[in-house]
Design a protein around this ligand. Structure first.
Ligand code: GTP
Ligand code: MG
Length: 253
């Protein structure tokens, strides 16, 4: 068999399941840190439940990916996960799932590892959403997850700091309602409402248009150029207002 035939024969096994996302379908990639429970508590001692250094590493990964050529219009991060919304019409990597997932996971892992000074890895999956309403729901879903996790994590670490074992603290919170968790914090002088917004609602990253002033030496005149830069929003709104922010991101494309 000549090499061309051999190549064709073998490549079939590699590409047969290389799915592309259909045109007109929204894509949202979600990256999640692999074994970050261990990474944040055993390998590195990040402050629990929330560490600003960890948060800034996650935001740096979002910024890196959004500044690349993936055509993301919105980024969101909470805990060890990142969600990225592609421009609806994007044809990046011909919308091939395997390529997108592997490149995104690879780049995120590389950026986080460099900042950390050690090895960290992310997985990646892509939600294929047929309507803008579902994109909105997707981000409301992740924000609700952030809020529940934040409440639980604050309660858990409070109990741990009071000397309870991991097992006891987990068991105590297992059947505890949201209202009771708020009460648990309140009895110890903590009002969940006063906890930083970024911890409860996650962090949004999106494009901000601005005018850059310059000077043209040839014409000796001032120039104004339209530019865009990433804005990191640590004060995201919640629920319907957050849905409105997502709608705006979708409309601006
Ligand atoms: N100490 C600390 N931990 C954090 C912080 N942000 C996220 N984490 C931890 O990151 C982990 C994320 O949880 P998961 O993604 O469910 O768990 P995982 O260990 O990464 O497991 P897989 O994702 O399945 O590989 C949790 O243990 C969080 O407590 C932080 O700011 N400080
Ligand atoms: Mg994880």
């Amino acid at each position: 068999m000549n090499f061309d035939d051999f190549d064709t024969k073998m490549r079939l096994f590699e590409t047969a399941h290389d799915h592309c996302v259909l045109p007109g379908i929204y894509m949202v990639a979600r990256l999640d840190g692999r074994s970050f429970h261990r990474l944040t508590k055993e390998i590195y001692q990040f402050e629990a439940p929330f560490d600003v250094r960890f948060r800034d590493h996650m935001v740096a990964v979002v910024e890196h990916l959004m500044n690349g050529n993936f055509e993301f219009i919105y980024g969101y991060t909470q805990s060890d996960e990142i969600s990225l919304l592609f421009r609806l019409e994007t044809n990046v990597f011909h919308r091939k799932l395997r390529k997108l997932n592997s490149v995104l996971a690879g780049e995120a892992s590389a950026v986080f590892s460099l900042r950390l000074g050690g090895i960290a890895a992310f997985d990646c999956r892509i939600s294929q959403l047929p309507t803008a309403a579902l994109v909105r729901d997707y981000f409301l879903w992740r924000q609700e997850d952030a809020s529940r996790n934040a409440l639980n994590a604050h309660c858990y670490w409070l109990l741990r700091k009071e000397g309870k074992s991991a097992q006891t603290a987990t068991a105590e919170l297992e059947h505890c309602s949201v209202a009771n968790k708020n009460e648990l914090l309140f009895q110890r002088g903590i009002n969940f409402n006063d906890i930083p917004t970024w911890q409860k609602r996650g962090i949004g990253v999106y494009w901000d248009d601005y005018e850059k002033e310059g000077f043209n030496p040839k014409t000796q005149s001032r120039t104004v150029a339209a530019r865009r830069r990433l804005h990191v929003d640590l004060e995201l709104p919640m629920k319907d207002a957050y849905g409105g922010l997502i709608d705006t991101r979708l409309d601006e494309v």
